[in-house]
Design a protein around this ligand. Structure first.
Ligand code: UDP
Ligand code: GLC
Length: 385
């Protein structure tokens, strides 16, 4: 099966890291077409996955854009679509991994006749998208032979927005279990380097963006005991510089300079998570899936997540982690204190979570599910031989 993957981003966000793992399975038989250059291209190349940059400038339409902005981008899209039409003739199917990739992929599929698959990494609600973008996404996705939703939450929102229930199937993100072997030495060295010995360390792993809610953790931290510190891992990937400024001012305003570290984007997330006493996820609107939640579980680090969207499918509160109301600072501070004061319970919960995550999110099993769906639904190959 030869696949032309399309993704609009040059940066390695969660959807791109998920695509990397899927493309790895089709290495040698696929091409990843990106609409902008960046660190994601390097990551694909390091993993020997063929990649091509299909557009010279990033497309200027955002999740909340109006139809007018959409129209303006048509001039930019035309040469890109022509390229994809041409390329797609050498592949069995077009696999769109993001919204703008869906627009380009759907039109190209119409021209070249190659089947379209859409990997839906978003909750298509008005919290996340303008109504124009939502309608466009659903109309185009309804042209796909197969829509892969990253969670039940994303699937449900898609159907509520008018998506065809027959074509949408849930496949969770998968993870390389062997990468999560515990390495106490590395964790110890990291804590020493970051001067975090004797502290109760909370890790927050996410790009810096208002809806990821770093400000909620900062506020909660000001209600926690003095030896609780927070490490923020992640960068503003999509130009959220105002939010970065806001977080810095909040740190000063709350007098948290000595208790907060911003590490920027890191490629050593696993040892960093293993170093933490607790990982906190604070998205203020429903998280479509939440890779960082599963990663923390696989690391054996206790996790508190915001109770909405995909997180409800990942964590059973009190059993494999804790769920708190999104944006509720006091509930979060109480949950952190509970975890800090009940370390035996926290360790047992983290161990249970690790087993659950190993059972449910094994990349090999998940890749088999995807391959089966692609063959049976997108290429309509019958499995009865
Ligand atoms: N991540 C990373 N380095 C960082 C911050 C995050 O590699 O500095 C990874 C993180 O481990 C996770 C992904 O980025 O795999 C973020 O995915 P998630 O689904 O949590 O959120 P998204 O940003 O896609 O909405
Ligand atoms: C998107 C979503 C995130 C999800 C990731 C992988 O980036 O925001 O919740 O985990 O895709 O599916």
């Amino acid at each position: 099966m030869k696949i032309l993957f399309l993704d609009q981003s040059g940066k390695p966000g969660g959807a791109e890291l998920c695509l990397l793992d899927i493309a790895m399975c089709h290495r040698g038989q696929c091409l990843v077409g990106l609409f902008e250059d960046g660190a994601f291209r390097q990551l694909l190349e390091e993993n020997q996955i063929a990649v091509q940059i299909l557009s010279q400038a990033a497309i200027g339409v955002r999740k909340q854009s109006s139809w007018l902005a959409g129209l303006k981008s048509v001039r930019q899209l035309a040469p890109l679509i022509a390229k994809v039409v041409h390329l797609s003739r050498q592949y069995d199917l077009i696999y769109a991994n993001t919204q703008k990739a869906l627009v380009v992929g759907a039109i190209a599929s119409l021209v070249s006749g190659r089947p379209l698959v859409y990997h839906l990494h978003d909750i298509l609600s008005l919290e996340h998208f303008s109504s124009t973008n939502q309608r466009l996404a659903v109309a185009l996705a309804n042209r796909a032979r197969l829509v892969i939703a990253n969670s039940q939450a994303s699937r449900t929102a898609f159907i509520e927005a008018g998506g065809n229930p027959e074509t949408v199937h849930v496949v969770y993100n998968g993870f390389h279990l062997q990468q999560y072997q515990e390495n106490h030495n590395q964790a110890k060295i990291l804590r020493l380097t970051l001067e975090l010995q004797e502290k109760f360390v909370i890790g927050h792993f996410s790009r810096l963006s208002p809806w990821k809610g770093q400000h909620v953790l900062l506020e909660a931290l000001s209600h926690c005991s003095e030896n609780v510190v927070a490490v923020f891992v992640g960068d503003a990937l999509f130009g959220e510089q105002d939010y970065v400024q806001q977080l810095q001012s909040q740190v000063d305003h709350l007098g948290l300079r000595d208790r907060v570290t911003f590490l920027g984007f890191r490629s050593d997330v696993i040892p960093l998570m293993q170093m933490c006493d607790l990982v906190v996820h604070t998205s203020t609107v429903a998280e479509p899936f939440g890779r960082v939640i599963v990663e923390a579980m696989l690391c054996g680090t206790p996790v508190i997540a915001a109770k909405a969207g995909g997180a409800l499918e990942l964590v059973e509160s009190g059993e494999t982690g804790w769920l708190v109301t999104p944006g509720d600072v006091h509930e979060l501070a109480d949950a952190i204190a509970h975890c800090q004061q009940n370390s035996t319970e926290a360790a047992a919960i983290a161990q249970r979570a690790q087993h659950e995550a190993q059972r449910r999110f094994n990349l090999d099993t998940i890749n088999q599910q995807s391959a089966h769906l692609l063959a049976s639904k997108a290429l309509k190959i019958s499995s009865s031989k």
